[in-house]
Write a protein that binds this ligand. Structure first.
Ligand code: SF4
Length: 457
């Protein structure tokens, strides 16, 4: 069959992947990991094309013309709560042209049967991009499906949600070569071109606000990852964004992967948790070419970390960032602001903590009730959000929730002020200029910085 993997067009620079969707916080746009994984799985038996309308900057009319030229039997599309009204209109028109439409995304991660009942143009919803479910849906072998919701030829709707079994999953090599060569940008890349690589799936920790905590966890065999990386190297790509949400969940595997990366002269960025970032792991990552480490700080308040089930306290955060700096890594701290007990004073303390940690970059995420999370269930139970309201921007550009003492406007104003106070420090600007590796990185970072500040003016 002819299958089109689609990131649909949008009015804004949307980031839709991994059961999350938002407008970009600055100007970044990396390869959607769902489509990367599916490109490998489906290419084994089918003709696969990729159209990323966001990367290519395609308007809906131009996107429709490109799809007509490709003339796929099936469109498998990302969708997002940030763009749900646009996505459903665009995809409905594809179904009107006789194409089967499958979709994956945050807005379909909860109440999938109800969504399918409401959207007659939609044949199936995938709830895991690492399975062979897409292949089984194409051939209507429903008995083999693991985590999907689908409409049978007789119109009935069926859901299957098998628990994830085993610690590993195999994935045929993602077909990076099918993706556009231009239009992807990553704030922390030190070279171009860069590629996005996922060596595991999900995360085993139970942080209440995080959709990744709802996916279970499994890893890819190292030989599969290296086959993908070696193919990228052969095509001239040595810069990687390792999109694992927590690098080093399995210590032995992480060290083995680092040793293999070290032999391949790579340059890369990764996420991990402060309580995993000990000297052994950081030393191995740095030696393997990791230059930038992103870790969750979330809050300066231990009670908030406890309430979110983070599983570590601020002392662990402080020590992990000190170690990362000692190993010569650039650091990015991610924060969640606007949780129910947030006040103007707690936001001040969060900014002070970010400054104390001497971060190279601060990433502020506004608490949003992501589909499928305990945080969303609590917000619905407390009457803070309408469960029928499906449109939501997870970037924090629009604030989804008030706190107990701040309304939405105040949260937005205080968040913008924190960003300006962090990034407009002369000492920080001087450090960035000294840190860049050359004119290309200088201009890329300047573009990202200006985009971030213009969104937070
Ligand atoms: S450790 Fe990070 S990725 Fe894992 S559940 Fe918590 S916030 Fe999500």
């Amino acid at each position: 069959m002819r299958v089109l993997l689609l990131n649909p067009p949008g009015r804004e620079l949307y980031v839709r992947d991994y059961f999350c969707s938002k407008t970009t916080k600055s100007n970044y746009h990396f390869h959607p990991v769902d489509l990367l994984a599916l490109s490998g799985t489906l290419s084994i038996d089918h003709h696969v094309a990729v159209l990323d309308c966001i990367a290519e900057g395609l308007a809906p009319e131009a996107a429709r013309a490109r799809i007509d030229t490709e003339d796929p039997d099936v469109v498998l599309s990302l969708v997002g709560s940030v763009s749900w009204e646009e996505d459903r209109e665009f995809l409905r028109r594809q179904a009107d042209r006789g194409r089967r439409v499958f979709a994956i995304g945050d807005v379909l991660h909860e109440d999938a049967e109800q969504r399918l009942a409401e959207e007659p143009w939609l044949e199936a919803i995938l709830d895991d991009f690492t399975t062979r479910d897409a292949i089984h849906l194409l051939s209507r072998e429903y008995g083999s499906l693991l985590r999907a919701t689908w409409r049978c030829p007789d119109g009935s709707i069926v859901q299957r949600n098998e628990p994830r079994r085993g610690r590993e999953h195999r994935l045929p090599r993602p077909r990076h070569e099918l993706f556009p060569t231009r239009g992807y940008r990553f704030s922390f890349a030190r070279q171009t071109p860069f590629a996005t690589v996922l060596t595991d799936y999900g995360c085993p920790w139970p942080c209440t606000f995080c959709v990744i905590s709802t996916l279970g966890h499994s890893t890819r065999p190292i030989e599969d990852v290296l086959e993908e990386v070696d193919e990228l190297r052969a095509r001239g790509t040595r810069e990687l964004f390792v999109a694992d949400q927590t690098f080093g969940v399995r210590r032995d595997r992480a060290l083995e992967l680092c040793a293999a990366f070290r032999e391949r002269d790579l340059s890369w960025t990764a996420f991990t948790r402060p309580d995993l970032a000990d000297d052994e792991l950081l030393c191995a990552m740095r030696a393997a070419g990791c230059h930038t480490l992103i870790m969750g700080v979330e809050s300066a308040d231990d009670a908030v970390l406890d309430a979110c089930h983070k599983g570590y306290a601020t002392d662990a955060v402080r020590e992990a960032f000190e170690r990362a700096h000692a190993h010569g890594l650039r650091t990015v701290g991610t924060f969640v602001v606007g949780l129910p007990d947030e006040t103007e004073g707690s936001l001040e303390r969060t900014l002070d903590f970010a400054l104390e940690l001497d971060l190279d970059f601060m990433s502020l995420n506004v608490a949003v009730p992501r589909f499928g999370t305990p945080f969303r269930a609590d917000a619905i139970a407390d009457g803070l959000i309408d469960p029928e309201e499906l449109v939501m921007d997870q970037s924090g550009a629009t604030i989804a929730l008030p706190t107990n003492s701040l309304d939405r406007k105040e949260v937005a104003r205080l968040k913008r002020r924190m960003i300006r106070r962090f990034y407009l420090r002369p000492s920080w600007l001087l450090r960035r200029v000294r840190d860049v590796s050359g004119p290309r990185e200088f201009f890329a970072q300047a573009r990202e910085g200006l985009a971030l500040l213009s969104r937070n003016a």
